[in-house]
Design a protein around this ligand. Structure first.
Ligand code: ATP
Ligand code: MG
Ligand code: FE
Length: 340
């Protein structure tokens, strides 16, 4: 029987109905991008309130698309970690309520594990054991994965996430929100060697990342010290494109280098990459080139499953196979600590 998966960790309200074989029977994603655009970033309370409005219509739409009702489901799965507390609460309370009302078991999903699960969903091959790279709006993390549910955290960012840095650079250049897709589009017209931005922590052993110094370097190439208001910056389209291309090259260089380092250290045959930044074409090409050069296989999430969605919640099927269900007093775990 199919399952319902619910995702509300950040600013996308999403639900999907997945068959026990893993096929998508119905899906719905409501983004909140226009709500947060005026603030240049996700405002937690705005996000939580928008989830409250949308969660039941989104679930209802996914079920209708699948032509199913609550009684037809086998389980209700929800991402309970990590994310914004208010956002997580809405999804978790909705899932628990429906589990009680429809008398279905509850399954709790780790959103970052789901981002990585998205990689193999379209690939139809066994990738484990492998190295997993999550590059998203809130995380930049490397894992050694021995199964979809067994992940050892190797290291991650000590400050900004890669996606967050893309968004902040986009905001400084007045490119709208989220900045990642806009920066990446503009970068295609720019010269990646125009600015020699730092490749932070590249030489440091291990798997830590840092993007805040890069962000500051970009900031000073946009406007001199003292300028606080970026809304009137006077840069040509080519100058903006060169900044975007050079910034993107710096991010991609460190992501590729540390991923290859982990693959080699663990003698892994596969690198799996998920999260919103995995949609970046230059990162995808850079990783593919590194895979060919170093003799491992790259499996990146399909473009439609990189940013937040509920389809990747199919990882709940793995938990059901293991008999791992969540109690009705399930709480959220925002996961502000490192190593998630
Ligand atoms: P997390 O998964 O860490 O909780 P999140 O769910 O907010 O964070 P995702 O939805 O996985 O993050 O990804 C959103 C991020 O991906 C944003 O920062 C966005 O700018 C970035 N992004 C999306 N497309 C691209 C792209 N083409 N190039 C670079 N960044 C991109
Ligand atoms: Mg989002
Ligand atoms: Fe995400």
């Amino acid at each position: 029987m199919p399952i319902l998966t619910i995702e509300s960790t950040c600013d996308e309200t999403a639900a999907a109905v997945i068959s026990d074989g893993g096929s998508v029977l119905g899906e719905c994603v409501a983004t909140q991008e226009t709500l947060h655009e005026q603030f240049g970033g996700v405002v937690p309370e705005v996000a939580a309130r928008a989830h409250v409005e949308r969660i039941l219509p989104v679930i209802d739409t996914a079920l209708r698309k699948a032509g199913l009702q609550g009684a037809d489901l086998d389980a209700i799965a929800v991402a309970d970690r990590p994310g914004l507390a208010g956002s997580l609460l809405v999804g978790v309370v909705a899932a628990k309520t429906l589990a009680v009302a429809w008398k279905k078991p509850l399954v709790a999903i780790n959103h970052l594990h789901a981002h990585l699960y998205a990689c193999q969903m379209a690939a139809d091959l066994s990738v484990y054991p492998c190295i997993g790279l999550v590059v998203s709006g809130g995380h930049t993390s490397l894992y050694h994965c021995t199964s979809p549910l067994d992940l050892e955290y190797l290291g991650g960012t000590i400050d900004d996430a890669a996606g967050e840095a893309f968004d902040k650079v986009g905001a400084m250049l007045n490119l709208g929100f989220p900045g990642g897709p806009a920066v990446s589009r503009l970068a295609a017209q720019g010269d990646p060697k125009a600015h020699a931005y730092p490749r932070s922590m590249l030489k440091e052993p291990g798997y830590r990342f840092s993007f805040s110094g890069l962000k500051t370097a970009v900031r000073y190439s946009i406007a001199p010290p003292g300028v606080k208001d970026f809304s009137n910056i006077n840069l040509s389209d080519q100058a903006k494109a060169d900044i975007c291309a050079s910034f993107q090259a710096a991010v991609v260089d460190v992501l590729v280098a540390k991923s290859v380092r982990a693959v080699k250290a663990y003698e892994a045959g596969f690198l799996i990459v998920g999260g919103g930044v995995a949609a970046n074409p230059v990162l995808r090409t850079g990783l593919q080139t590194a895979a060919e050069k170093n003799g491992f296989q790259l499996v990146i999430a399909p473009m439609n499953l990189c940013t937040d969605n509920a389809v990747m919640g199919a990882i709940a099927l793995e938990k059901i196979r293991r008999g791992e269900f969540a109690p009705l007093d399930l709480d959220i775990t925002a996961g502000l600590q490192r190593g998630f």
